[in-house]
Structure formats: structure tokens, C-alpha cells
Design a protein around this ligand. Structure first.
Ligand code: FES
Length: 97
């Protein structure tokens, strides 16, 4: 379901947003928006403050690296972080969740 989050220009570069009864981590990286499950698929560590670089988010707990675009674990671990499409239309940001 496509959900309006808010005006792009008023959103923080990284924040937890609520969609229904769920939470999604929304962040901007190199000018592009990404949305993903806020807790690591490995053992549930919160990713809100995790380092993001080169298109990946790095879980602080055990260092798994997830592609922001696909959720794929880039070190070869057996896990895929849920990611959700983000669209901006006429300045409004939507997440399909
Ligand atoms: S909890 Fe994230 S890598 Fe283990």
C-alpha cells in the first residue's frame, strides 16, 4: 500500500516513520531516499543510528552490510533486510509498504 509520509523538504534525513502499526526507517543517502525495516534481520539490533556508506547500511552489532536498494546482505551472510520502495511525487514522499 502506497502511504504518504510527508513533504520531502520537511523530512529529516533519517527518521523512524510509523505506517499503520509498523515502523519503517526512512533515510536519505547520496541524494536518494530509502526505506527499510528498522531492526536488523539477523538478531534485531536497531539500525536507526547505523553507519551508511557506499549504498549499504552496516549493522553495529555484528557488522552485516545490507544493500539499501535490495536489502541483500553483501558479505554473503544468509539474510535479506526488508526494504520498501520510496517515491517522490510533486514534492510529497510516499513509501510502498
Ligand atoms: S544483529 Fe545485526 S548483524 Fe547481528
Amino acid at each position: 500500500m502506497k502511504t504518504l509520509i510527508g513533504k520531502e523538504s520537511e523530512l529529516a534525513e533519517r527518521q523512524i516513520v510509523e505506517i499503520g502499526h509498523s515502523e519503517v526507517l526512512l533515510l536519505q543517502h547520496e541524494g536518494e531516499w530509502f526505506a527499510l525495516a528498522p531492526e536488523c534481520v539477523h538478531e534485531g539490533f536497531p539500525l536507526e543510528h547505523a553507519v551508511v556508506k557506499q549504498g549499504a547500511i552496516i549493522c553495529p552489532d555484528h557488522g552485516w552490510r545490507f544493500s539499501l536498494r535490495t536489502g541483500e546482505e553483501l558479505r554473503g551472510e544468509d539474510g535479506v533486510q526488508p526494504v520498501y520502495p520510496v517515491h517522490v511525487e510533486k514534492g510529497q514522499l510516499f513509501i510502498t509498504f
